[in-house]
Design a binder for this molecule. Structure first.
Ligand code: BES
Ligand code: MN
Ligand code: ZN
Length: 497
């Protein structure tokens, strides 16, 4: 599926050689003298169509319009959310038709950059089909998607970012959706190695021996119960000077979470193949970075393993030593995400990062707290929290800040180790974050709990690719900022100016 951005009014849109067109009509639309405008005006007059969000009208073979299938959609004020819903409805309406070339045309003057980005992402989202283990599934039919706006120049950057986001989101969906036997830790390592073929990206994958040598006793403890060997993945994107402190993204990569000895109930246990969606979002973000090549350094760390109840599996009550030196009493083997992350967070410190962000399907409690709308955001750093929250809003990939008061850590106290891996049931998402915080070191740290947002269950079961949009927006905003520590040559220039 190829995206193109074009400057075109509805007169030119009518001539565009596409098979299907979604025409987005905002409030205050003024009809010009072209066939599509005439059509919209007539339908509005007859009250068969309106510009309110949710209003739609399907047309077929409108005289003097090249696209046979037309879907008119009201977008109200043209906000990203409104555009997203209108485009999704249009794309769904064309499903099963023979259409291959799609035109999404913004009628009238209003086409804000973020609305254009929303249109691109909505086309991708609504037409995504997982085929890896179902090759007979009807694959996406769209080959070419033209987004037509009155003035393409204003939307170019947002458009390019949206296209890159789609590549990242779809990589994250692919790995999220794969069943655990098609997405083992080894396969995730290979996927990361494959990314290193792209410009600016390097990758290193460690196995059980190296992880043991690093002293990652908590990570190793989780992997013990499985026959699948663990992988520790280190990705690097280099877009700035070597001396420039990187952003470190840490992904939870539990390729299947059975709960271990503290085994989960059978119902919906299959969904625990999604327990590596944090890792998948890191892979997806790197895919997008390779596309956009921003001037920043980013490190991606993924702790990947299965959580299984084998004969050598870690047992409730076992005490292990983490890479940080802190001992941990594993009271519940199903609280494994924090165990693999705590060693990855300790490892992250070696990069002297400007910020560390971990992304994890960490707690069922977060699903109860925030549902599938917003990811949980935890950070003691107000500036980092505000920046991430803003990135989420801008990317339409929202999160919500949760508290981190020290009192929440009280339940993690134990007589048998420095810390226990679980507290009681109350505020389970917060106590998990408090556990992680102990391992976050000196750099500004944030934790995103994506347990509710990374995938959908039920009839529309599938990975969402979240929070690739949020992470990419955040990283790009950091790249745009002047660095706190300038390289010498720049500092000298500034001094002489
Ligand atoms: N991967 C799960 C969290 C999860 C559960 C995500 C359901 C999405 C849906 C995590 O490893 C886990 O099992 N967490 C436990 C923690 C508890 C034992 C303290 C949980 O949330 O029940
Ligand atoms: Mn678990
Ligand atoms: Zn888990």
């Amino acid at each position: 599926m190829n995206f193109e951005l074009k400057s075109l009014g509805l007169d030119v849109a009518a001539a565009d050689k596409s098979d299907a067109a979604i025409v987005l009509v905002p409030n205050g639309f003024k009809a010009a003298r072209d066939p599509l405008s005439a059509c919209i005006a007539a339908a509005q007059k007859a009250e068969d169509f309106g510009t309110q969000p949710g209003k739609q009208l399907a047309l077929y073979r409108v005289p003097a319009v090249a696209a046979a299938r037309i879907h008119l959609a009201g977008i109200g004020e043209g906000r990203p959310q409104e555009v997203r819903q209108a485009v999704a409805a249009g794309v769904s309406a064309f499903k099963g038709t023979g259409a291959k070339r799609l035109l999404v045309a913004f009628a009238g003057a209003a086409a804000q950059p973020d609305a254009v980005a929303a249109a691109v992402q909505a086309v991708a989202d609504a037409s995504y089909v997982y085929t890896t283990t179902k090759p007979k599934a009807e694959a996406r039919a769209w080959t070419r998607v033209v987004v037509g706006v009155p003035d393409a120049a204003v939307a170019r950057t947002a458009f390019a970012q949206a296209v890159a986001t789609v590549l990242g989101v779809e990589l994250a969906k692919e790995w999220g959706n794969r069943p655990a036997n098609h997405a083992t830790p080894t396969m995730l390592g290979d996927a990361a190695q494959a990314l290193a073929k792209l410009p600016g990206i390097q990758c290193q994958v460690l196995g059980p021996k190296e992880v043991a040598r690093l002293g990652m006793g908590a990570f190793a403890a989780v992997a013990r119960g499985s026959q699948e060997p663990l992988r520790f993945i280190e990705l690097r994107y280099s877009g700035a000077a070597k001396s420039d402190a990187p952003v470190v993204l840490v992904g939870k990569g539990i390729t299947f979470d059975s709960g271990g000895i503290s085994i989960k109930p059978a119902a919906e246990m299959d969904e625990m193949k999604y327990d590596m969606c944090g890792a998948a979002s890191v892979l997806g973000t790197f895919r997008a970075l390779a596309e956009l090549r921003p001037a920043i350094n980013v490190v991606g760390l993924i702790a990947a393993c299965e959580n299984m109840p084998g004969g050598r599996a870690v047992k409730p009550g076992d005490v292990v030593t983490s890479m940080s030196g802190q001992t941990i009493e594993i009271l519940n083997t199903d609280a494994e995400g924090r165990l693999v992350l705590c060693d990855a967070l300790a490892y992250a410190q070696r990069f002297k990062p400007r910020a560390v962000i971990d992304i994890a399907t960490l707690t069922g409690a977060c699903v109860i707290a925030l549902g599938g709308v917003r990811s949980g955001l935890f950070s003691a750093d107000d500036a980092l929290a505000a920046t991430l929250q803003a990135a989420g809003e801008a990317a339409q990939d929202k999160c919500w800040r949760m508290p981190l008061d020290d009192e929440y850590a009280d339940g993690l106290k134990t007589h048998f180790a420095d810390v226990a891996n679980v507290a009681g049931r109350p505020a389970g998402a917060v106590t998990a974050a408090k556990f992680l915080e102990r391992f976050s070191g000196g750099a500004p740290w944030a934790h995103l709990d994506i347990a509710g947002t990374a995938w959908r269950g039920g009839a529309a079961k599938g990975a969402t690719g979240r929070p690739v949009g949020l992470l990419l927006h955040y990283v790009l905003a950091q790249a745009a900022k002047p660095l706190p520590l300038q390289p010498k040559s720049v500092r000298r220039k500034a001094a002489s100016a």
